[in-house]
Design a protein around this ligand. Sequence first.
Ligand SMILES: [Zn+2]
Length: 126
Amino acid sequence: MPKAGWCAQCGRNAWLAEDGGCVDGHDASFVSNVYETEPKRDPLKEAGSVLKQAAEDAGDVLEDAGSVIKEAWKEAEPSAKEAAASAGEAARKAGEAAVAFGKRIVGKPEAGDAPPPPPQDSEPAE
Ligand SMILES: [Zn+2]
């Protein structure tokens, strides 16, 4: 899970870089109360799903194009349909690859995207 912590320089919880400093470039010595957490949202994964849907829609359009060609040019029917189907399949695969890519980089949230608060908010010391 990605790490976040309180950055005294930022004055808020911030995602931590590999070296333990905050993603805004502040040194690890300014960071305290480090915790592990999941990003609230994953914009890249969402973008991947949108792209996948767009690819599926594009596949449908290509299949429609295949039937138009069938009407217009009967000899070409089998190869035109095949071309439309494989183009649609390629578009779907591109969408799936984008989703997989989004999943792979979930551990690397973007700078500026504030992490959620620590799981157990520091209880008052006794
Ligand atoms: Zn900072």
